[in-house]
Design a protein around this ligand. Structure first.
Ligand code: PGA
Length: 246
């Protein structure tokens, strides 16, 4: 079941989701429990990360008891590469918060044993108690994380090949298509579906068609975001442009 929540603009969506995250952290910390967040990269979550930083600075929201697992990382990019998701997260979120470094998990794009690294990533999520809230963007291919079509509902954290449309869409960050890696490590669809709550964010007209497909098409590997229909607690946060085709 996918619920939709329409927001007047990106900033309003960021404020609403940041408030939900803050409430979750506060509720769990009252009973002495950590909060496990699944995090996403790309341009979509940036206003949300800005708002979380504001809540930390101005409202003293603490991330000391937060554990994070990022969805994915480009293959071949190390932590200091400016386009790696590790640097993206450091720059746009982590370095502004009080989250302990040991609580941050992002797949290692330089691993020499991807199969083992991915199995260890799954085990670390499990050991942390599972993901309480997973943030997602959606790619125009229907990917969630880097689960490009075809991605089965039972897929796990693994090495994947990026779709050419995704490489083109992400080339803006690299300045040049040739610089965009061809591979990535990503949490699987099953990994994402196991999160207790999923909050997907999509803005703008370019996402309208894929948002419609994700919500209306019969779930299939050909459009991986359709698997979210099988999640018991998934919300699509949209602006009017992204909701246009619904
Ligand atoms: P975007 O990417 O936020 O840059 O649009 C979303 C995604 O590919 O999941």
């Amino acid at each position: 079941m996918i619920a939709t929540r329409l927001h007047p603009d990106k900033q309003a969506a960021a404020q609403a989701i940041a408030r939900e995250i803050a409430d979750l952290i506060e509720i769990r910390s009252k009973s002495g429990k950590p909060t496990v967040l699944g995090l996403a990269t790309g341009s979509t979550p940036l206003p949300l990360y800005g708002e979380l930083i504001r809540l930390h600075r101005e409202e003293k929201l603490s991330f000391r008891a937060v554990i994070t697992f990022n969805l994915d990382e480009y293959e071949g990019l190390g932590p200091t590469h400016p386009q790696s998701y590790r640097s993206f997260m450091e720059e746009n979120l982590f370095r502004h918060l009080d989250i302990p470094k040991a609580n941050i998990h992002i797949p290692d794009g330089l691993t020499s044993d991807a199969a083992k690294h991915c199995a260890d990533y799954e085990a670390a999520i499990h050991a942390a108690g599972g993901i309480d809230l997973q943030l997602l963007g959606i790619g125009r291919t229907g990917h969630i994380g880097f689960n490009e079509p075809p991605s089965a509902a039972d897929s796990r954290t693994r090495r994947v090949h990026l779709d050419e449309l995704t490489r083109r869409d992400n080339s803006a960050f690299f300045g040049d298509l040739a610089q965009v890696p061809h591979g990535a490590l990503t949490m699987g669809v099953a990994t994402i579906l196991e999160a207790r709550r999923v909050e997907l964010i999509a803005f703008g007209e370019a996402k309208a068609d894929i948002v419609r497909r994700a919500m209306k098409e019969t779930p299939s590997a050909g459009c991986p975001a359709t698997w979210l229909q099988q999640h018991p607690r998934c919300t699509f946060h949209l602006d009017a442009a992204a909701a246009k085709a619904l």
